[in-house]
Design a protein around this ligand. Structure first.
Ligand code: TGC
Ligand code: FAD
Length: 401
């Protein structure tokens, strides 16, 4: 009889990863435990400042974790999508805000510059983004338009060889500390598919180039170890070269979101696995009614459910990652795993919080911090229900938006 490995039930780690992927996963795991874990409770308790968030990105950059799928020529690490997923999982096992910062920099800023920028922009920005010397953000969501970005109100107006941007964006990860702002706006002179992407280099805006403000949003009860803000643009004037070429309409932002949603699908399983491990240790060591909590049937059923969901979810992420590496993945497959991983992981963190009893509400045990983080992760990059509707449209052929 083959021995069951409760910590790798379907032998994903031992049999389905390449040697390089296993080594990478193990080294990122060690880095996260030694460098990131010791910071997290204090950062979360006090809400991270901009300076602290910048320092985190420099740390991630020093390990080659920013833009890791991009070619080494541009400062990337030339890794495959499964490796990217494993990195996201290890980082998010510490905190979703850390993974968020990494996702935005890699998938929502470096990726569009790599895919849609000019060669000059790639050479100028990507290596500095890869080290964390420059920080970027991605502005799609607006105060009046979250799930329905096609109705965005931000405009782009041509002015000779420049573009003038007006509008506001809301809930933007890292906007308060961003040097580069990727922003999506509607060209008022174009009918049909007017949405275009723009790269605002904050350090190059001069006195007559309008006003760009990116205030921080205070008082978050989720992702407190990262900074989130707004973007206000009042006649912000940038060269037309900073409009992304060869991409029109919503396909522009959504092609970036595919990458980030995929990373989230792996990432949240890191949070779920971490909470399971903490709850397992806790219930094996805490006695009530003169026996370990873990010896009760109700507790064991919870662990069976949790382990099954995490294991099946990891397999689905691995399959989509391999399809991406072979150029065969569809956006709906990514919607399926983003929705499943986030919803299930959120439920798992709640169950784990419960198993820790009163101690579960203390930040020293980490579980409730993960639970609160996943409320935001379940909402951003397309809410759980929006991904249901994307899948529903693909199944029935009928859009329900
Ligand atoms: P729809 O008609 O479906 O599509 C419009 C055009 O876009 C194309 N498209 C895609 N292309 C590539 N990948 C995808 N996933 C795509 N989805 C759609 C589509 O083919 C079409 O192209 P074309 O050439 O025909 O024009 O557009 P819709 O307006 O009906 O879309 C509806 C819906 C609900 C699917 C969409 O709006 C949606 O996904 N809403 C959710 C919004 C969202 O995800 N926002 C995320 C903001 S960024 C963020 O949250 C970052 S958090 C970062 C962090 O901290 O980690
Ligand atoms: P709404 O669209 O108003 O939705 C509210 C509720 O209504 C949800 O439950 C939704 O599922 C439901 N709903 C909406 N439409 C329908 C429908 N047709 N049928 C049924 N139910 C529906 N955005 C960026 O552009 N860049 C970022 O970096 C970024 N970072 C973020 C960081 C954080 C911490 C958070 C919280 C958000 C971030 N976002 C970012 C924004 C995020 O993508 C949006 O919050 C998300 O897309 C949902 O939009 P909304 O908040 O406007 O909610």
């Amino acid at each position: 009889k083959n021995k069951y490995q409760w910590d790798d039930p379907l032998l994903l780690y031992s049999q389905q990863l390449t040697e390089e992927e296993r080594i990478l996963q193990s080294s990122v795991h060690d880095f996260c435990r030694s460098e990131l874990l010791p910071q997290i409770t204090k950062l979360n308790r006090n809400e991270a400042t901009g300076e602290e968030s910048k320092a985190l990105l420099t740390q991630l950059g020093s390990m080659g974790l920013l833009g890791s799928t991009l070619p080494t020529k541009y400062g990337g690490s030339g890794l495959g999508y499964v490796s990217y997923g494993l990195i996201a999982m290890e980082v998010e096992a510490i905190d979703s805000a850390f993974r968020s910062s990494m996702s935005v920099q890699s998938s929502l800023v470096m990726y569009p510059i790599y895919k849609y920028g000019t060669e000059k922009q790639r050479e100028k920005y990507l290596p500095l983004l890869a080290t964390g010397e420059l920080i970027g953000c991605f502005g799609l969501t607006e105060p009046n338009h979250g799930s329905d970005p096609s109705r965005m109100e931000t405009t782009a107006r041509m002015d000779g060889d420049h573009v003038v941007l007006n509008g506001s964006k809301n809930w933007i990860t890292n906007s308060p500390i961003a040097d580069l702002v990727v922003v999506w706006a509607k060209r008022i002179d174009i009918e049909g598919k007017p949405i275009r992407g723009y790269l605002i280099d904050r350090n190059e805006l001069g006195a007559g180039d309008g006003v760009l403000e990116t205030p921080k949003i205070d008082g978050k009860l989720s992702l407190r170890a990262g900074v989130t803000g707004m973007i206000f643009m009042d006649d912000v004037r940038i060269p037309i070269d900073n409009e992304f070429q060869d991409i029109q309409g919503l396909e522009g932002p959504f092609s970036c979101l595919n990458m980030a949603r995929y990373g989230i699908s792996w990432g949240v399983l890191g949070s779920a696995q971490e909470c399971m491990n903490i709850a397992l240790d806790y219930t094996q060591n805490r006695n009530q009614f003169e026996k370990p909590l873990a010896s009760n049937q109700l507790i064991q059923k919870k662990f069976s459910d949790i382990s099954t969901e995490i294991t099946i979810a990891k397999q689905s992420c691995l399959q989509v990652g391999r399809l991406m590496e072979n150029g065969m993945a569809s956006p709906e497959q990514i919607s399926m795993i983003k929705r499943n991983s986030c919803g299930k992981s959120l439920d798992i963190t709640r169950l784990c919080r419960d198993m820790l009893g009163g101690n579960g509400i203390s930040d020293e045990y980490h579980v409730m911090r993960h639970m609160m983080n996943l409320e935001a992760v379940n909402t951003y990059e397309g809410t759980h229900d929006i991904h249901s509707l994307i899948l529903g449209r693909a199944i029935t052929g009928l859009p329900a938006f």
